[in-house]
Design a protein around this ligand. Structure first.
Ligand code: 0X9
Ligand code: CA
Ligand code: CA
Ligand code: ZN
Length: 481
């Protein structure tokens, strides 16, 4: 105790000035005091701070990190443990580098822990490998999880975009919720028994790593584009109407919405494509943030899809269910009717090729002023609570709609562009609500057009590469966390 206090005092004295000046570029890290590690460090020009409880503490500058990765030195970021800032302190101490949010390795651990605890219900598989060699994990949840049963299949994905940390948590929490409540909650049991729920919480592990350790606003994957720029926007790399125009994605490597050299050029999108080829999904939600909205295809055009009514119906139903939890409102609309177009996104592809209802859910906050890509760690749980009934609803929808009437147990594979069924009552009452919404959107759109030209991304989603510290970096390296 005394020792801790002294350490803290000494550190404050030594590092006090550092905090003010170099807060963004200088960090304190610790490494295990191991022969192997020390040998690697000895080649580097580092600022050793102290040794304590079998760990070596180091002051590392921004420029040191690439080398640490190059040498494959495992370290822990300690900065925030020494200089706690406001409310976040306790959580960061509990949850490692990025607080209560999952890093790649934390997620890996937690997924395997779920599999270990619920071997009959949960199965983790590796569906692909990222550019930098990280695994892309899928968690399958079902009764008799090890056998492939003729049940409805629903896919939930998260984190196509690195900085959208909350989008890892929501699908992950669905997994843990289902497993933890299976034994006691008949509704959960029912749903899990009748379906195969697939969760891929982290499609872009390299990007997430970069966002945690280097640049919080990183969006794309970590493709070396070979011209000094990095990253392909994974949500522009899917193979349906890929590169349809240069508004919904761009051919420019530096752009935040760079679509890549060809459709499915990236291993991360290939992993999802290949998973689809092996499974028989009936519905999909791809989580993103932010803006609290449920979007459905098409994204590449503002023309409605052949299944516009059905997609809207499901979106409305999900929105209603979300709202019923805590009153939080998630709007809904066709993607291409929002204020920007997207081509090559996940949901246009899954709907366009497999004909399944597909949704992008943009999680909170509702707008930039309420925190942009940052949600308080304390809010993760309630964001999940809000979303859970919508997730249940979609799985239930898939269960109700996946097998042909007459109860044949044989599965149907939907063919591209198949027309789905819409409840007649919905067709009849597609209502005031839609008209009012359309009106509201068109007002917002024209306001945006007036202020900033047509079809640009909203503020806070614009190209941020000017601020990207990567520009200062010379070396790029492959590393594992
Ligand atoms: O632009 C995207 O990929 C998604 N938004 S985000 O801010 N998370 O990057 C939205 C994809 C859905 N499509 C459209 N809104 N058109
Ligand atoms: Ca964490
Ligand atoms: Ca099953
Ligand atoms: Zn996104």
């Amino acid at each position: 105790m005394k020792k801790t206090l002294w350490t803290a005092i000494i550190l404050c004295l030594v590092l006090g000035p550092l905090v003010a000046q170099d807060y963004w570029t200088t960090h304190i890290i610790s490494v295990e005091k191991k022969q192997e590690t020390l040998k690697k460090l000895s080649h580097m020009d580092l600022d050793f701070l102290m040794e304590w409880e079998n760990k070596i503490y180091i002051v590392a500058n921004f420029d040191d990190f690439p080398q640490l990765h190059e040498e494959n030195v495992p370290y822990t970021l300690e900065t925030f443990n020494f200089f706690p800032f406001k409310h976040t302190r306790r959580r960061i101490l509990q949850g490692g580098v990025n607080g209560a949010y999952h890093s790649y390795s934390e997620l890996e651990q937690d997924l395997f822990a779920l599999e270990d605890s619920y071997p009959n219900l949960a199965k983790v598989s590796v569906i692909g490998e990222s550019l930098e060699g990280r695994n892309i994990y899928a968690l399958k949840i079902s009764d008799n999880v090890n056998s492939d049963e003729a049940e409805a299949e629903v896919l939930f994905t998260g984190c196509h975009h690195a900085r959208e940390w909350i989008s890892v948590e929501i699908p992950f929490l669905l997994g843990s919720y289902l497993l933890e409540n299976y034994a006691t909650d008949p509704q959960v049991q029912n749903l899990v028994n009748q379906s195969e729920i697939w969760i891929v919480p982290l499609v872009n592990p390299d990007g997430l790593y970069y966002s945690i350790h280097f640049y919080r606003y990183w969006r794309k994957n970590r493709r070396n584009n070979g011209d000094g720029t990095y990253g392909v926007d994974l949500n522009r790399n899917y193979g349906y109407q890929w590169g349809y125009d240069n508004t919904g994605s761009t051919p420019y490597t530096f752009s935040e919405t760079y679509r890549g050299p060809s459709a499915f050029s990236e291993p991360e999108t290939q992993a999802i494509r290949d998973l689809f080829a092996q499974r028989n999904f009936n519905a999909l939600i791809s989580y993103h943030s932010y803006s609290q909205v449920i979007l459905y295809p098409w994204g590449y055009t503002d023309q409605p899809s052949a299944d516009d009514l059905l997609l809207e119906q499901i979106a409305t139903d999900m929105s209603t269910r979300i709202q019923s939890v805590n009153g939080n409102i998630y709007g809904y609309m066709q993607s291409g009717e929002s204020f920007y177009l997207t081509n090559g996104d996940t949901t246009d592809w899954s709907y366009g090729v497999y004909g399944i209802p597909s949704f992008t859910i943009e999680l909170p906050p509702a707008d930039r002023l309420q925190g942009q890509f940052f949600n308080a760690e304390e809010d993760i749980q309630s964001i999940f609570n809000d979303n859970l009934p919508a997730m249940f609803y979609l799985v239930d929808w898939a269960v109700q709609n996946s097998s042909p009437p007459g109860g044949s147990s044989e599965e149907i594979r939907r063919t591209p562009g198949i027309r789905l069924e819409v409840k007649q009552e919905f067709r009849d009452e597609r209502t005031e609500k839609k008209r009012r919404l359309a009106q509201k959107i068109s007002i917002e759109r024209s306001a945006r057009k007036k202020s900033s030209g047509p079809r640009i991304k909203p503020i806070g989603k614009q190209n941020l590469s000017q601020n990207d510290p990567e520009r200062k970096q010379k070396k790029k390296k492959i590393f594992k966390e």
